[in-house]
Design a protein around this ligand. Structure first.
Ligand code: GLN
Length: 233
């Protein structure tokens, strides 16, 4: 299972979000605290961000190498600043390719999307435009085709079709974050300056709350809602 993170709020640097916290994504890439599947997240990393509140092209930087060894990213990350970020470190599922195009975040040009988990792609609707044969890339293309706004319903549908699926998905479009829990952990820190969603807390701030399994988080306009997914109440 990978570890992922999203931020929506005041502009923050990628270093502040990913590299500087005591248990940030770079530490989670070799010493995650809550990972149930896999020990390391060494099969690549990705960071995506928006430069305007809405309507802007998402910018991405992805690599198939471990985040901890990327000195170039570490040198630039302090000046890459955004109000809306999706980032991930990857532990590839057995049989999946290790390549930048298999690494989250995926995009349709409007949304950035990360998947923490595994899914049998045979249960997904036929779609085109997947960036890789990796299950997460095909899942992302399916969600883009059906509409990210319906993320909660889609995860419940795909999860019902594949009982072994784990479907923690994070998506952002510059002004809204959507996230599901389906088989793995997710925590939230909602402060005055914004909201961060992460597979596990990146520090020991007591304001972190755990999102229960099979829930949808929807954050926009300073408001956050957490609701049980359809059919699982
Ligand atoms: N199945 C996805 C992959 O192989 C995600 C893996 C994960 O969450 N560890 O990249």
């Amino acid at each position: 299972m990978c570890r992922h993170l999203a931020w929506l709020g005041r502009p923050r640097s990628l270093a502040e979000l990913m590299l500087e916290p005591p248990h940030g994504l770079v530490v989670q890439s070799y010493a995650p605290r809550r990972q149930k599947h896999g020990l390391l997240n060494a099969d690549g990393w990705g960071a995506g961000f928006f430069d305007l509140p809405e309507g802007s092209v998402p910018r991405r930087w992805r690599s198939p190498a471990p985040l901890w060894g990327d000195a170039s990213f570490a040198s630039v990350a302090p000046v890459l600043t955004s109000h809306c970020v999706v980032a991930a470190v990857r532990s590839a599922t057995v049989g999946m390719p290790i390549e930048a195009s298999a690494t989250a975040p995926f995009t349709d040009g409007h949304w950035l999307l990360s998947h923490n988990g595994v899914v049998d792609t045979a249960v997904l609707p036929t779609c085109s435009g997947a960036e890789s044969v990796c299950d997460s890339a095909i899942l992302a293309a399916s969600i883009f085709t059906r509409g990210v706004e319906a993320l909660g319903e889609l995860v419940a549908e795909f999860g019902a079709a594949d009982p072994n699926a784990r479907l923690n998905v994070l998506a952002a479009n510059g002004s809204r974050l959507l996230a599901t829990t389906w088989g793995d952990s997710l925590s939230m820190l909602h402060g005055a300056d914004g909201v961060v969603l992460a597979s596990e807390p990146y520090d020991d701030d007591p304001r972190w709350v755990d999102i229960p399994d099979r829930h949808l988080v929807d954050a926009h306009g300073g408001e956050v809602s957490v609701t049980a997914l359809e059919g699982t109440r």
